[in-house]
Design a protein. Structure first.
Lengths: 159, 689
């Protein structure tokens, strides 16, 4: 009985974990330049791991903290200490798991046809202008973050 | 005419009720403790500060150590931010455009960094930061080389408290400056607290709301208690329902009359005046009892001279005290004179026409124990002599307010985590806005822990001292390497260029700043560290906003006139006493000395406050009435009875205040009870033929 339960648990865990490959394009206004990189997101319950191609860094987000792990070091931050990563992961988790409660913590959600627009709360509005994304069933077509300083980040899921 | 006089008492009550509501008297009644401060510069400045104060904060805590605690706090925060007068703490009152315009004049320049600056190297570092940033890097094109001190753009507003949970704080905007607004915010927070027991919230404005509620509920209990005592007196002891109805009607009318007169004279009437005034108005029952028990109503005898003397003495003493330069005392004396005079006229001239029959009660019997007056005089003089060296005056008006322990502990809880360095607000002033701004900057330079919104207005001096040539050179150097490092061309074209003219020191230009005007002075405020407070307060352009200190100053001023006028009132009382009783003057004097002696015993246990002192004076005015009645040549057991009944009524009016948890009301009740006890002792030991 115990073995069956264990196998079932592992099976459920694998079934519900999700790996997403994406292409991230960042337009930086100050440099008037675009930078692209390929990344992988591994979403398992509320744990998210982020890794970029050609980087030795793994960034892990959990409900408790954020860890930045390289071959040599492991740095742990509270959510408040690493505000930027915290926001990024909350956004990714919210969008991928369709968790509107999580998104509502920092944004007001507006749905127009296929696209969804997130308007930041007063606290974030000094940095983020708005966020736009479109999903096709579970697949993310694009997620565009428009910053107040005219920077833009576009994330597109790749097969 | 006879029929009309039967109903005149009720008609008067209805007419006064109509006037009361038609002239909007309730609007004049203030529950704020500042309403008892004397009108003058200090009170006006305190009120101006209240209008300017944009520093009101709302602290929210959420208890819990699980993963959802922070999210729950954020949800609460979001709900609160939906209210139009609640803003996030990051939303500075300073106009961002204004700050941008005068950036180089408002921020401290780092000379050291400038001296060792390698522009290309610095820009390369920034470039690296930008491309490795996980999100977006906020590049400041005004000061890209970070040569001026700046605030962090993204800083978490949530504070984690070990073994508790999270705290955050919000800001209440300028328009939250009235009781209605305070109540609105308070109710919003309380409703949220009811939905979740893990929420704790505090703002200093909660004191205003909760204390008012506490005072109101205390007043309601006291009124019920007072009416119960009166009911027992009339129905159980006197067994005269008609007398009760007419007496309550007259007292009600007298209170309405006094309220109308007081509201006509004073713009703002303290709730304490109303409560205390209503209590004083019950003293008038004394006039009714003497007339009633001596058969003035049944037999329609001519004017009762003793009652007239008693009333004239009391009103005369109040009239003298009305010249004390202290708003509360003025309000109270005017209220008392109006109420007592009104009642006297009704009890003396209207009641004989109401066909009230005397019903003799058998509750009071003559006391067999009597004391020689000289012994009472001796004991009184000894007690007074012993008490005088112990007398200390408590100037802290806050001690008269409600002791809100629950809110105080919340206040301490949030202070412990947020305002680690205790701070106090002080008033800044100047003869012009420019001088006011200079003063704010001087204060901040001398005492760096000081915070003032006016620090964000540049001084004329900083504008004139700005080295335009040096920054022009810096701009040129910066722009030559911009492209080379990899930045957008012309990105730093405007960097380090002061593009504004000399700041205009006008209301219009500075409308977003907390600047007010009082007479010819321009005023604002600064938040200073308590460790600097004693020195800061000595600066020539600073005034204290400490309620305790302001009250102490005004009270000290008023105390001199209060002492002087009290002596005049005492001389007046003595003269009236001598005229009334002549050779029994010293025996009658015991009715002043003994209550004073017993009341002063309080000084062995607590410091005397303004209300203790004032209540003592009121009791002297009252006891002198009894001194006159009890030393009259026509003294009878009816006089003793009348005094006993009126003492019971006085207890219903004043004494019951001893059950109040509001220190101001308790102080009044304590002195009244001691006074009543001393008068009962005098009454029971007085030899009655």
């Amino acid at each position: 009985m115990f073995k069956i339960s264990l196998i079932l648990l592992i099976a459920i865990n694998i079934l519900f974990s999700k790996e997403v490959r994406f292409n991230e394009t960042k337009y930086i206004y100050a440099l008037d330049n675009k930078f692209s990189k390929i990344g992988t997101l591994n979403i398992k319950d509320s744990k998210v791991t982020l890794h970029y191609k050609n980087s030795d860094k793994n960034i892990i987000y959990t409900n408790e903290n954020i860890q930045i792990i390289t071959q040599e070091t492991t740095e742990t931050f509270t959510h408040e200490e690493s505000i930027e990563y915290n926001l990024f992961f909350q956004l990714v988790l919210g969008v991928y798991t369709n968790n509107t409660t999580l998104l509502n913590e920092n944004f007001t959600i507006k749905n127009n046809d296929n696209t969804t627009t997130l308007l930041p709360n007063e606290y974030l509005s000094s940095v983020i202008e708005n966020i736009e994304y479109e999903k096709n069933k579970d697949k993310l077509k694009y997620l565009k973050i428009n910053f107040v300083n005219q920077d833009r980040i576009t994330i597109e899921e790749i097969e | 005419m006879k029929r009309l006089s039967k109903y005149l008492n009720f008609i008067t009550l209805f007419v006064l009720l109509a006037i009361f509501f038609a002239s909007d008297v309730p609007k004049h009644i203030s529950t704020q403790i500042t309403s008892i401060l004397p009108a003058g510069e200090n009170k006006a400045l305190l009120r101006e500060f209240e209008k300017l104060n944009t520093n009101k904060q709302l602290f929210i805590a959420y208890k819990g150590e699980d993963k959802n605690t922070l999210n729950s706090l954020k949800k609460i925060e979001k709900q609160l931010l939906e209210h139009k007068n609640i803003d996030p703490i990051t939303n500075s009152i300073i106009n961002k455009e204004y700050e941008k315009k005068y950036y180089y004049l408002l921020h401290k320049f780092d000379e050291k960094k400038y001296d060792s600056l390698d522009i290309k190297q610095e820009l390369t570092k920034i470039y690296q930061k930008i491309i490795t940033s996980p999100f977006s890097f906020s590049l400041d094109t005004i000061d890209p080389l970070n040569l001026f001190e700046k605030n962090t753009i993204l800083k978490s507003p949530y504070i984690k408290i070990e073994n508790y949970g999270y705290i955050t704080f919000l800001q209440l905007d300028k328009s939250v400056n009235s009781f209605v607004k305070y109540k609105e915010i308070y109710d919003l927070v309380q409703n949220l607290k009811q939905t979740d027991a893990k929420i704790e919230a505090f703002s200093t404005l909660f004191y205003f709301v909760e204390n008012q509620e506490k005072i109101k509920s205390d007043v309601n209990i006291i009124i019920t208690l007072a009416l119960s005592v009166l009911f027992i007196l009339y129905i159980v002891i006197l067994r005269n329902f008609k007398l009760l109805v007419h007496t309550v009607t007259t007292l009600g009318s007298s209170v309405l009359f006094a309220l109308v007169i007081s509201a006509f004279i004073f713009d703002e009437l303290s709730i304490f005046t109303v409560v205390f005034g209503i209590s004083i108005s019950t003293i008038a029952i004394d006039y009714m009892f003497h007339n009633y028990l001596h058969g003035y109503y049944e037999q329609r005898k001519p004017l009762n001279k003793d009652v007239f003397f008693g009333m004239s003495t009391t009103i005369g003493a109040f009239f003298i005290l009305s010249f004390v330069d202290f708003s509360f005392i003025q309000q109270l004396t005017i209220f008392s004179i109006s109420a007592l005079l009104f009642s006297y006229i009704q009890f003396t001239f209207l009641f004989p026409y109401l066909n009230i029959k005397s019903t003799q009660s058998t509750y009071i019997t003559k006391s067999r124990f009597t004391l020689k007056p000289i012994y009472i005089t001796l004991v009184s003089v000894i007690l007074i002599a012993l008490a005088i060296p112990n007398i200390k005056i408590d100037f802290n008006i806050k001690n008269l307010d409600v002791d809100n322990i629950e809110l105080q502990s919340l206040d301490n809880f949030f202070n412990k985590y947020i305002n680690k360095d205790k701070k106090t607000a002080v008033l800044l002033y100047g003869n012009s806005i420019e001088e006011l701004v200079n003063n704010a900057h001087n204060l901040q330079t001398t005492y760096p822990k000081t915070k003032s919104a006016l620090e964000n207005i540049p001084t004329k001096n900083s504008f004139e001292k700005f080295d335009t040539r040096r920054f022009e050179t810096l701009n040129q150097k910066l722009n030559t390497v911009t492209k080379e490092v990899g930045f957008r061309e012309n990105l730093f074209h405007e960097s380090y260029k002061l593009q504004s003219n000399l700041p205009q020191y006008t209301y219009q230009e500075l409308q977003n700043f907390p600047i007010g005007k009082y007479k010819n002075l321009f005023i604002s405020y600064a938040i200073v560290s308590n460790s600097d407070y004693d020195n800061i307060i000595k600066e020539p352009y600073i005034k204290t906003l400490s309620f305790k200190e302001l009250f102490k100053k005004d009270l000290t001023k008023s105390l001199q006139s209060l002492q002087f006028l009290s002596i005049i009132a005492l001389v007046f009382i003595c003269v009236m006493l001598y005229i009334a009783v002549k050779n029994r003057f010293f025996q009658a004097l015991n009715y002043i000395l003994f209550p004073i002696a017993l009341i002063l015993l309080v000084s062995f246990f607590v410091e005397l406050n303004i209300l203790h002192i004032f209540m003592m004076i009121v009791l002297i005015s009252l006891s002198i009435d009894y001194g006159i009645y009890m030393n009259n040549s026509k003294l009878s057991s009816n006089t003793q009875k009348a005094i006993f009944y009126s003492l019971l009524s006085t207890f219903a009016g004043f004494g019951v205040l001893i059950f109040s948890s509001v220190n101001a009301l308790f102080s009044i009740g304590l002195i009244a009870t001691l006074g009543i006890v001393s008068l009962i002792i005098l009454l029971l030991t007085h030899k009655v033929p």
